[in-house]
Design a protein around this ligand. Structure first.
Ligand code: S6P
Ligand code: ZN
Length: 188
């Protein structure tokens, strides 16, 4: 036995969600990378494509695709709208469909959109401390409905994978708009 108590190589801030250290990767999505997901394409054209939309810090202690492992991450979604549609993530099904995921809201105000393979949508409001269980076979996307950054933690199986193609092709069957200051779901 190695009787030495090891110092961990990765640090997580329970206050901010920030991940630092070994095996941490960062993914950055600028508005230009996700412009196609928004309904109002005329509004998109007037905006700065270099603007940060969201970023994800994630801890990958095992290789992508390994069964039995876990990944852990924090998403930072900026506040903003395209027309009256709130900034949101691309959204995805897991490629390995029957894999679940936990989300929890660290700070900000938002909404989690969940869609099954028949296009049935449910939505859950997100606020500091809210815990969200995303079952397998359910596409998931978050939208920032507040005035500050929405920070969301996540934990998912390392063999889940990401199927972005299905959502890129058919989208979610409901979108989330600001209607007189109230987050409102609309079919489309
Ligand atoms: C991964 C997990 C999150 C998202 C992140 C960005 O399974 O659901 O870490 O990757 O919130 O969303 P998206 O749809 O661009 O991957
Ligand atoms: Zn996921």
């Amino acid at each position: 036995m190695n009787s030495k108590i090891m110092k961990v190589a990765t640090i997580y801030s329970t206050m901010t969600g920030r991940l630092k250290g070994e095996d941490v990767k960062e993914t950055v999505r600028k508005l230009g990378d996700i412009a196609g997901i928004f309904e109002d394409q005329n509004a998109v054209k007037t905006m700065d494509m270099d603007m940060l939309a969201y970023r994800v810090e994630s801890h990958h202690p095992v290789d992508e695709g390994k069964s039995g492992g876990l990944f852990f991450g924090t998403s930072y979604l900026q506040a903003g709208k395209v027309g009256s549609e709130y900034f949101m993530t691309k959204g995805h099904f897991h490629s390995n469909r029957d894999t679940a995921e936990y989300y929890w809201c660290i700070s900000g105000q938002g909404c989690l959109l969940l869609m099954d393979e028949e296009g049935e949508v449910t939505a859950e409001s997100m606020e500091e401390g809210s815990l969200h269980y995303i079952p397998g076979n359910i596409a998931h996307r978050i939208a920032n409905t507040g005035d500050s950054e929405l920070v969301v933690g996540a934990c998912w199986p390392s063999d889940a994978g990401h199927d972005y193609g299905t959502i890129a092709e058919s989208g979610f069957s409901y979108r989330l708009f600001d209607v007189d200051g109230v987050p409102t779901l609309r079919k489309g």
